[in-house]
Design a protein around this ligand. Structure first.
Ligand code: URA
Length: 432
């Protein structure tokens, strides 16, 4: 077999065999196949696509390129969730304890934030003492005993994705559905859970800008699950405005606490209840979503979901006093109110601009080496559909930086305020 033939085949819109995909992944990871050859193949895939069989073969080969986690010695159905990322997305930290409080087992490997999107690991680390580098044994023990553990991705998991993603990033081949789907799914499948719920976001703050593209990606990933005999479902959800009100690590953890006490923003509460209900059915704890939804609401009202969060964070070394007394979290030295320039209805809150602004206030990283200011970020006071008066508060900036005029102006402009309410589609779809 020769990489040149494989490149030529995809260039000529032909279908690659399992053996050819295996040859490519194995020899690219070992260094035998060079970056310039892999780049050519990635571009051919980007331009000519792949059929479902090729995508699931590619996913399986990538998954098998490194370590895989074996969770089979933990009793019950192990569930996992993945969001394609967005602004203010703290769902895992709410949903995880909610479902674990009803007996589900969530074993999740998560990522760090980069650019305008935040990462679950950073949010966890913003709680003093909380560790995200548990050993495999500690991780499994915690899932077995508490029902939830969230850690950073094992360095030896899916090396093919690490190399390919870095190459795609510099060769204009990121935005390809077969490549995105195989990248996400190979990592999720290597993490060893039995059932996976995906949240594919669309909108200004998301990777997929339109619902149509998000749906295509969701269907592709659910199909990978079907061909590899995994229970994979995908929700397609709105990221045309930040999720919840808080963006930035400590600010988001405080919103997690509020939501687990039943005082959270409506959008994030509804999303967590819906996703949680789907996962509890996947975990075979409930027969239908309606019963599961009811039980989740009950566990928020009786405090069990919050207590599970405390148990989970404490097990990972986090100081539970911060969870019982969130006022202990440090507050940024500059708290800057952002006022509306006109009266009307909020028709849009550009999530990308809010995410980038939070990052520039210190709440995120531009490059992987940047150090995050855990207290920095933005809290929204208005959401889409709300009425606002000229001079009324739209948002509040939290930062330890000075000279933030430019960021302030960007945040004001991220809010589009019109005379009438614009109709918009914020539909959530479940692909199964
Ligand atoms: N997230 C991933 O893990 N991979 C992609 O290709 C895109 C988003």
């Amino acid at each position: 077999m020769d990489i040149l033939d494989i490149i030529a085949k995809k260039r000529d819109k032909k279908v690659l065999t399992r053996e050819e995909i295996h040859y490519f992944i194995k020899n690219y990871v070992s260094g035998e196949i060079k970056d310039y050859q892999a780049s050519a193949l990635l571009m051919a895939i980007y331009l000519n696509g792949m059929n479902n069989q090729e995508i699931s073969d590619l996913t399986d080969e990538m998954k098998n390129s490194g370590d895989t986690l074996d969770l089979s010695d933990i009793p019950g159905v192990k569930v996992d969730k993945h969001s394609t990322g967005g602004v203010g997305d703290k769902v895992s930290l709410i949903l995880g304890p909610m479902i674990a409080s009803l007996g589900a087992k969530l074993a999740k490997m998560s990522g760090r934030g980069l650019g305008h999107t935040g990462g679950t690991l950073d949010k966890l680390e913003s709680i003093p003492g909380c560790r995200i580098n548990l050993s495999e044994e500690e991780f499994k023990k915690q899932v077995r005993e508490i029902g939830i553990a969230i850690i950073g991705q094992n360095e030896d998991l899916d090396p093919a994705d690490k190399k390919l993603y870095a190459l795609r990033d510099v060769t204009g081949t990121v935005a390809s559905i077969p490549l995105i789907a195989s990248s996400i799914m190979s990592k999720k499948l290597a993490s060893g859970s039995d059932a996976i719920l995906l949240d594919v976001k669309y909108g200004s703050g998301a990777f997929m800008k339109t619902m149509k593209d998000a749906k295509k990606l969701a269907v592709t990933m659910v199909n990978i699950g079907k061909s590899l005999n995994k229970d994979v479902k995908a929700e397609v959800t709105d990221m045309d405005q930040p999720l919840g009100m808080a963006v930035g690590n400590n600010l988001e953890v405080k919103e997690v606490i509020d939501t687990l006490h039943g005082r959270g923003p409506k959008d994030i509460t509804e999303l967590c209840l819906d996703s949680g209900a789907i996962m509890l059915v996947q975990a075979k704890i409930f027969n239908n979503k309606e019963e599961a939804h009811k039980a989740l609401v009950e566990n928020i009202n009786n405090g069990k979901a919050f207590e599970k969060f405390v148990e989970f964070i404490s097990a990972q070394g986090g100081d539970k006093e911060y969870l019982y007394h969130p006022e202990k979290f440090p507050v940024a030295k500059n708290i800057i109110p952002v006022y509306s320039l006109r009266s009307g209805y909020v028709n849009r809150i550009d999530a990308l601009t809010i995410g980038e602004s939070s990052m520039r206030l210190g709440g995120g990283r531009e490059t992987l080496d940047d150090v995050i200011d855990m207290s920095a970020g933005i809290v929204l006071n208005k959401k889409i559909g709300d009425h606002v008066e000229k001079g009324e508060l739209l948002a509040t900036l939290y930062t330890n930086k000075d000279n933030t005029k430019e960021i302030y102006d960007k945040v004001v402009r991220a809010f589009r305020v019109g005379k009438t309410v614009l109709k918009r589609n914020s539909e959530r779809i479940l692909i199964e």
